[in-house]
Design a protein around this ligand. Structure first.
Ligand code: ATP
Ligand code: MG
Length: 419
């Protein structure tokens, strides 16, 4: 038997209802905040991710699904969505009409990481991006939106972790101080961080290895190096979060490792996830649009881990699992044909009606209705046909009524919807 690929998964009925419910809540909230959906392809030229995510990151170095297509061009299954959204914004000159644009997208991402609980090789994200706003108001709106969404989805113990990464003017001084510090503790760092320390020192702050975390306890804090504008921006972000009553902590180790990330960066964490405690991450990436060949337009955005969200939400799949409104049990060829017509007509009326396609006994049809937990059963056989009346049974109250066969669909519809 052919099995699915390691790190990939099926989302089956019984579980998928939860995904649908989460997606509906997320879409509604995003649209209430003025975000427009954008759909982008799952594959792009490798170059796009290499340039936007950065050559020195784990994702580009070892996690991307990259292969030559039949003509030899290198293409990659997207590991994240921001790069594609930025490409699209530039390619279609969406900034020409109005640089301020809000987009969201929902879909699968691919990273060849080590599979473990909460970590898959195909996983799903909900992304939102705001282009064209330099003010911290945009960052705060994103954080507010996330916290509101998680509240609606009944995710417990969420807290926003925030930090500022400064900008191209103040970060070099911090980087120099950090590099100096890293030299002094270099023997305590993991192999990965020994390499990162020279190539991308900010990433060391982000390392999850306990020994690195301990060694970094006294690392310099970027907040002490912010220039006056960046400092004012970060103060404003915190003030606005307080105004909106969003719980947050300043986390000096929160980083994104690339140069075009600037100022506010954030992560939404929860106590209830174990090691993979981040449900969403985001931040400002003011240099990326121009880096990818567009005008100098600031931007900020986030990505929510959809898989983790479905594990955390207090909503339950069976709240949303749809059971048949009615099961039509028919005996005899004539009745069966009539039942089939009714079932199709009821489906068209928005009523989930089922029947037995195989012509089984009444007993086995009733068993199936029970197994499906149909709310009503309609029984029709030769006797009923003669009388011109079928029997409608409410499976919960066990109440039974006769329904004229003439005009049955309308009558049944009325009875079911009235309920
Ligand atoms: P992490 O620190 O968990 O590796 P990340 O920094 O790689 O996260 P981002 O690229 O910021 O993650 O993606 C945003 C969110 O997507 C994460 O907070 C997480 O919830 C989710 N996510 C990332 N990688 C995976 C994965 N392999 N499987 C499931 N969810 C993931
Ligand atoms: Mg990761």
């Amino acid at each position: 038997m052919i099995q699915l690929i390691r790190g990939f998964k099926d989302i089956l009925p019984g579980e998928v209802e939860l995904w649908q419910a989460v997606e509906t809540v997320a879409r509604e909230l995003l649209e209430d905040f003025g975000f427009k959906e954008i759909r982008i392809p799952v594959m792009e030229r490798t170059e796009l991710f290499a340039r936007s995510i950065g050559e020195d990151t784990d994702i580009v170095e070892k996690e991307m699904y990259t292969f030559p297509d039949r003509k030899g061009d290198l293409i990659t299954l997207r590991p994240e969505a921001t790069a594609s959204i930025v490409r699209s914004y530039i390619q279609h000159r969406l900034h020409a009409k109005d640089p301020v644009q809000k987009f969201y997208t929902i879909g699968p991402m691919f990273r060849r990481e080590r599979p473990q609980k909460g970590r898959y090789r195909q996983f799903y994200q909900i992304n939102a991006e705001i282009f064209g706003v330099q003010s911290g108001l945009a960052d705060v709106q994103l954080i507010y939106l996330l916290v509101t969404l998680f509240g609606r989805l009944k995710v417990a113990d969420v807290k926003a972790h925030i930090n500022s990464l400064g900008c191209v003017r103040c970060r070099p001084k911090f980087k120099a101080a950090l590099s100096k510090f890293l030299e002094s503790i270099s023997d305590q760092l993991c192999a990965n961080c020994k390499r990162r320390k020279d190539r991308n020192p900010l990433r060391v702050l982000d390392c999850k290895v306990p020994a690195c975390r301990a060694a970094m306890a006294d690392a310099p804090s970027i907040i002490d190096y912010l220039d006056p504008e960046c400092k004012a921006d970060f103060d404003e972000v915190q003030r606005l979060l307080q105004v909106l009553k969003v719980p947050f902590v300043v986390d000096k180790n929160l980083v994104r490792g690339l140069d075009y990330y600037a100022r506010t960066t954030f992560e939404i964490q929860t106590e209830s996830l174990g090691a993979q405690n981040a449900v969403a991450g985001g931040g400002r990436y003011d240099g990326l649009v121009s880096e990818l060949g567009g005008p100098d337009i600031p931007a900020t955005g986030f990505a929510i881990g959809f898989d983790r969200l479905t594990e955390l939400t207090g909503l339950k799949a069976d709240q949303f699992y749809r059971k048949p409104d009615i099961f039509v049990a028919a005996l005899g060829e004539k009745s069966r044909l009539l039942a089939f017509e009714w079932v199709c007509a009821l489906g068209d009326e928005g009523i989930n009606a089922e029947l037995d396609f195989g012509g089984k006994s009444l007993k086995s049809q009733m068993k199936r209705a029970d197994r499906l937990a149909a709310a009503h059963v309609l029984i029709v056989g030769d006797d009923e046909l003669k009388k011109g009346e079928a029997i409608l049974r409410n499976m919960e109250t066990k109440e039974q009524v006769s329904v004229p066969i003439n005009g049955l669909v309308e009558i049944v519809k009325g009875k079911i919807i009235k309920k």
